[in-house]
Design a protein around this ligand. Structure first.
Ligand SMILES: Cc1ncc(COP(=O)(O)O)c(C=O)c1O
Length: 381
């Protein structure tokens, strides 16, 4: 994805000047760095970044500049990128299913932390990774609510299996740890409480003192006007629960937010291609583009309409059906979104909080998806 070299004052200045015909993601390095510092100052342990949520190099560089020194990587591509951009960073390889060739690459690149959720994958790690000073973090899952969608459908051992895996990893000479992911956009902090207490039980049942507990990603970003994420409340709850559950054996804590770190640093501008018969709004971006995850995790209602002159339409709103540009009938945002009644062709619809799972899941389906990125001093609309 192209990044314009100019730094713009605001999205409005860019829109007024360039009248972009393709979707644009406006990026604020200062919002990203401030969010990173909020995590580093508030989270009671090590803050790592889930690279998959937005692997743009400027994102990684700004996070490193703000003090992030660890990265959750899912693939050799992500490992090599982080080694190049932040050579001294810790790499946590927390995709629990890996080809042997991927494990070999990780070993060559000096990865010292791996998650696991099955007997067969643990056997591969034991066979191919030197145990000396190397962490194996057993990932477990629970049927808890609170997230926008549940990650347990694909990854995570049951509590019983996690207990067996933890004891086996420790016996094989690895540094034993536990991890979980409460599910993305987790606005209910009690999910962490349940997970952390269960992690302590798993460690006790396995007879293992764990070195670290990785409490996952899942930290929410600001997607709905009415729900302002309270990160500090989540951090406090994690801190308190870890002390209560583990007592004298409290492990070091790690978190690996994706969305919570990068989400609010980006605003998407999609242009109105047409208002069909005065009703349906067709945008030049949709679910095959930067809005890909909206059907999975629900709408963003932090939405404004801007005229080509860069002014917000601040009149009354009415609910609209919104379609993306492709010929596929599923290319529609779920439900309806409240847009200005005076929205018209050529306007821009701005979606705030769009930094996660947007640049990276954008496709060129139907020849659309020519997404670009522009740096702004402020995301203020
Ligand atoms: C292992 C792991 N950690 C962290 C994340 C980041 O999750 P989130 O963006 O919800 O913080 C993911 C997302 O898929 C993940 O798989």
């Amino acid at each position: 994805m192209g990044l314009s070299k100019t730094i713009w004052t605001t999205p409005a200045e860019y829109i007024r000047t360039l009248q972009p015909e393709a979707p644009v993601l406006f990026f604020s390095p200062s919002v990203l760095q401030a969010t990173a510092r909020r995590f580093i100052d508030g989270f009671p342990g090590m803050v790592t970044y889930a690279v998959k949520s937005n692997p743009e190099e400027v994102v990684v560089e700004n996070l490193a500049a703000a003090g992030v020194r660890g990265f959750d990587v899912a693939s050799p591509f992500e490992m090599r990128m982080i080694r190049r951009l932040v050579p001294d960073a810790a790499l946590h390889y927390n995709n629990p299913v890996r080809a042997v060739s991927e494990i070999r690459t990780a070993v060559e690149l000096g990865v010292k932390s791996y998650s696991v959720d099955s007997e067969s994958e643990l056997a591969k790690l034991i066979a191919h990774v030197p145990s000396e000073g190397c962490e194996i973090s057993v990932r477990f899952k629970l049927p808890v609510a609170g997230a926008a969608y549940n990650f347990g459908a694909k990854f995570g051992a049951t509590v019983e299996l996690a207990t067996v895996l933890l004891a086996r990893a420790a016996a094989a000479g690895f540094v034993p740890s536990i991890t979980f992911h409460p599910g993305t956009q987790c606005t209910d902090p009690s999910a962490w409480e349940t997970y952390i207490s269960t992690a302590a039980q798993i460690a006790a049942d396995a007879g293992v003192t764990i070195s670290r507990l990785n409490v996952g990603g899942g930290f929410p970003n600001h997607r709905l006007n009415a729900v302002l994420p309270d990160l500090e409340a989540i951090f406090d709850l994690i801190d308190r629960t870890a002390s209560e559950a583990f007592g004298a054996n409290r492990p070091q804590l790690v978190c690996e937010p994706g969305r919570g770190l990068c989400g609010d640093a980006f605003t998407l501008a999609a242009r109105v291609k047409a208002v069909r018969d005065g009703q349906h709004v067709f945008l030049n971006d949709g679910i095959y583009g930067a809005l890909a995850e909206i059907p999975l995790i629900g709408v963003i209602d932090r939405v404004e309409v801007m005229t080509p002159a860069g002014a917000l339409r601040e009149d009354e709103r009415t609910d609209r059906i919104i379609f993306g540009p492709t010929c596929d009938s599923v290319d529609r945002l779920p439900g309806e979104l409240p847009l200005s009644v005076s929205v018209e062709e050529g306007d821009f619809v701005l979606f705030e909080g769009m930094g996660a799972y947007s640049t990276v899941t954008n496709t060129r389906f139907n020849g659309f998806g020519e997404l670009s990125m522009a740096t702004v001093l402020s995301l203020k609309l």
